[in-house]
Design a binder for this molecule. Structure first.
Ligand SMILES: [Zn+2]
Length: 364
């Protein structure tokens, strides 16, 4: 098979999250976009500031940003590892950078400097409005199974078991709300990809949600991410050119034990015409996860492969966490955390379904 070609396409398409996040057709995300630059996670500074209500002044001449809120000050300059926290110097292990004309900051800066100086106040947390889940049927696909364990953690946690349990829990939650569910597998058995796709297509469901757990050679990598339907070929080409001309390196996004399987699912799952809904759903899921589950949100990624026959409904593939990360492996092993993840996904689906319902009404 043309694995390399697909892999290349995957690299290319993963970069699309960056292009997409600024695209006018996508509703504004309350989730901060995350970029992978030279293997490190970066966030746009402006998005962090907007989220926490921090005032930001930017001096383009000296590429320096001045942040301030409640008499707390933070100064930083593109290209520098030195930042000034209330006028005291602090060193970062990776520099502040500029990507697509905007200042981006490494995760270390977000977690160890920004979040501490400008914590999320109780009043900025908005409890999602709980209404009905406006979906009639959802296909839940637990990745792997049977003789295909998926990724395996250092302490032996098998991806297939995590996926199945979360899929079942999500199904129970949806059914309790009157939503019909179809599970591509409800026990530990191997289901070929083509069968998963045909189950989804025959079901006449509103949504296809595939649940996976991640793995990476870097054991430090952790977090929650969502893949959605990717844009058209022309967009992919443009993204590829952009990626080639930038220093962007998305190796983290693909070096997973299960990347083969992931690609297969994605390229069979996807149809361009359900892309917008899938992006909307992906945003909704990340937004809820960011506020309800104490997980690192790696963000939303688009992917497009040579689609032959795929699932004809909006679909997302959720990577709930990394079994390769010792801490997340420990968490994912517990029923309580898996329940929390299932509940988070349910809330994401709820918000998505309500937003889509609003769009339908206003379009008339
Ligand atoms: Zn998987």
């Amino acid at each position: 098979m043309k694995t390399n070609k697909y892999l290349k396409t995957f690299f290319t398409c993963a970069t699309l999250l960056i292009l997409i996040s600024g695209c006018a057709t996508v509703p504004p995300a309350s989730t901060i976009p995350a970029y992978s630059i030279n293997g490190l996670t970066y966030y746009p500074l402006i998005s962090l500031c907007e989220l926490r209500g921090v005032d930001m002044q930017y001096d383009t001449l000296i590429s320096t940003a001045y942040l301030n809120k409640d008499a707390k000050r933070l100064n930083l300059r593109a290209g520098d590892t030195l930042v000034l926290v209330n006028d005291s110097p602090m060193h970062l292990s990776s520099p502040i950078d500029i990507y697509q004309g905007t200042i981006v900051v490494p995760r270390q800066f977000k977690e160890q400097v920004f979040d501490i100086l400008f914590p999320q106040s109780v009043s900025t947390y908005r409890q999602p409005i709980r209404g009905k889940v406006k979906l009639s049927k959802v296909v839940i696909d637990a990745g792997h199974g049977g003789n295909d364990p998926g990724a395996i953690g250092k302490n032996g946690l098998r991806e297939k078991d995590v996926n199945l349990d979360i899929a079942r829990k999500l199904s129970d939650l949806l059914r309790a709300e009157g939503v019909r569910t179809v599970l591509t597998r409800s026990n530990d058995r191997f289901i070929p990809l083509s069968t998963r796709v045909s189950i989804a297509n025959k079901s006449g469901a509103d949504l296809f949600v595939s649940i996976h757990s991640n793995a990476n050679r870097s054991r430090s990598l952790c977090g929650f991410e969502v893949y959605y339907v990717a844009p058209s070929v022309s967009d992919s080409k443009r993204a590829y050119m952009t990626a080639k001309s930038s220093s962007l390196n998305l190796k983290n996004a693909v070096i997973t034990n299960s990347s083969q399987d992931l690609q297969a699912i994605i390229w069979d799952m996807i149809y361009t015409n359900s892309r917008a809904e899938s992006i909307e759903l992906a945003h909704s899921l990340c937004k809820v996860m960011d506020s309800s589950v104490d997980a690192n949100i790696l963000g939303i990624k688009g992917a497009r492969f040579q689609v032959l026959k795929g699932v004809r409904t909006p679909g997302v593939l959720i990577e709930v966490g990394f079994v390769s990360n010792l801490n997340e492996e420990k968490l994912l092993r517990t029923s309580a955390y898996r329940q929390k993840l299932a509940e988070g996904i349910l809330e994401g689906l709820r918000n998505y379904s309500q937003n889509m319902a609003l769009v339908e009404v206003s379009a008339r």
